[in-house]
Design a protein around this ligand. Structure first.
Ligand SMILES: NC(=O)c1ccc[n+]([C@@H]2O[C@H](COP(=O)([O-])OP(=O)(O)OC[C@H]3O[C@@H](n4cnc5c(N)ncnc54)[C@H](OP(=O)(O)O)[C@@H]3O)[C@@H](O)[C@H]2O)c1
Ligand SMILES: *[C@@H]1O[C@H](CO)[C@@H](O)[C@H](O)[C@H]1NC(C)=O
Length: 345
């Protein structure tokens, strides 16, 4: 009797583990599949990123978003390799994104910057490499102990005495050509853009040999990006929604959708949390979401959005929250000719 219950407990456990639900995927314009939810890792450092990525994989996430800028590629790579070594996932089960920072836009810098990210992550290949932002920044030495060909020797946000960004006159189209060459190495499967507007996207598409698979932009109920999502869909490009929770920990973010009375009402109606309503909304709106958390409970909470659906009328209510409020506007380089946020979308 006792033996039986132990056996069935083990059996139930095995079924639970093997049936851990994964997220749906979107087919990219190059045929690869990208899970519609990934873990964001901006501001996750000092061990938090490694722990969070492991918790996320256990919760069912198969997509992780990092960047050279975030300083945590090594931690992210360690977490993924450890889950591969433990047999929890295989490399091809997980989609890993990292990004080219703006100080490395000159074509001859692109490969070097990529190699550093590739070495940091230490995985067999990277799924997606994004141009983080269309404006090129100057390389200003900050760490004189590092050789000047080391990517870590420079300020990531170089500024003058007045706090204005020191930019460099590099056309993102030339940067894109250098990124296309990375595909030939087999070290990266897909390339894409981030923080590009529709005109800049069109300009890339008009010259590209390899199309961007996605544009990663700020997107949440208060900046729902309907126009950019439709624009991209018409060109077989996806939108990845960053800051999908509206950065509730920041003073500006506190006022956004997570605390909207309408969102709280819908959370009661669907017996979901406000964060789940918001993330579900953006996925139904057609974007891929990458909420950041280093908290195990919230990592699980954010993933648990595939067992319900917002009705058409509730989607209309959510659409009504849009007020084009941008949290991340890169204001210190708004005079640059490649500044992306001077036009409607
Ligand atoms: N391409 C770009 O230029 C760009 C720019 C910004 C962000 N990103 C990417 O997008 C990711 C997400 O954006 P983000 O980090 O700016 O903002 P976000 O995901 O909208 O918000 C993250 C914040 O929300 C909190 N949070 C997480 N889950 C929650 C929940 N269920 N309820 C309440 N609070 C919750 C987190 O705290 P805890 O950690 O304590 O849970 C964290 O403080 C980034 O991490 C990064 O990977 C890209
Ligand atoms: C988009 O790309 C996918 C993958 O290559 C392809 O199967 C699909 O037909 C394309 N759709 C359009 C509208 O071009």
């Amino acid at each position: 009797m006792r033996l039986l219950s132990v056996t069935s407990a083990i059996l139930a456990f095995i079924i639970l583990v093997t049936e851990a639900k994964l997220a749906p995927t979107i087919r990219l314009n190059n045929g690869y599949e990208m899970p519609v939810i990934g873990l964001g890792t901006f501001e996750s450092t000092s061990g938090d990123a490694e722990r969070a990525v492991k918790d996320a994989i256990d919760a069912g996430y198969r997509h992780i978003d990092t960047a050279f800028l975030y300083g945590n590629e090594v931690e992210v790579g360690n977490a993924i390799r450890s889950k591969i070594e433990d047999g929890v996932i295989k490399r091809e089960d997980i989609f890993v994104t990292t990004k080219l920072w703006s100080t490395f836009h000159e074509p001859d810098q692109v490969e070097k910057a990529f190699q550093r990210s590739f070495d940091n992550l230490n995985l067999d290949y990277i799924d997606l490499y994004l141009m983080h932002y269309p404006v090129a920044y100057r390389r200003v030495l900050q760490n004189i102990r590092l050789p000047s060909d080391d990517v870590n020797a420079f300020y990531v946000f170089p500024v003058d005495k007045n706090g204005n960004t020191l930019t460099e006159d590099v056309d993102y189209v030339d940067t894109w050509r250098a990124m296309e060459k990375l595909i030939e190495t087999g070290q990266v499967r897909s390339i894409g853009i981030s923080n590009f507007n529709s005109e800049q996207t069109e300009r890339i598409l008009s010259m590209a040999t390899i199309k961007p698979v996605t544009n990663q932009v700020e997107c949440h109920p208060n900046l729902n990006q309907r126009k950019l999502i439709n624009f991209n869909a018409a060109r077989n490009m996806t939108i990845t929604a960053y800051s999908p929770l509206g950065r509730p920990h920041t003073p500006n973010g506190q006022k956004l959708a997570l605390s909207e009375p309408k969102v709280l009402e819908l959370a009661q109606k669907y017996r979901k949390t406000p964060a789940q309503i918001i993330l579900r909304y953006t996925v139904q709106n057609g974007a891929i979401v990458i909420p950041k958390s280093t908290n195990k409970n919230r990592i699980q909470e954010n993933f648990n959005i595939f067992d319900f659906e917002l009705s058409d009328s509730d989607m209309q209510i959510m659409h009504g929250l849009n007020n084009n409020y941008r949290l991340i506007d890169f204001a210190t380089d708004k005079d640059n000719k490649y500044y992306p946020f001077n036009i409607e979308f």
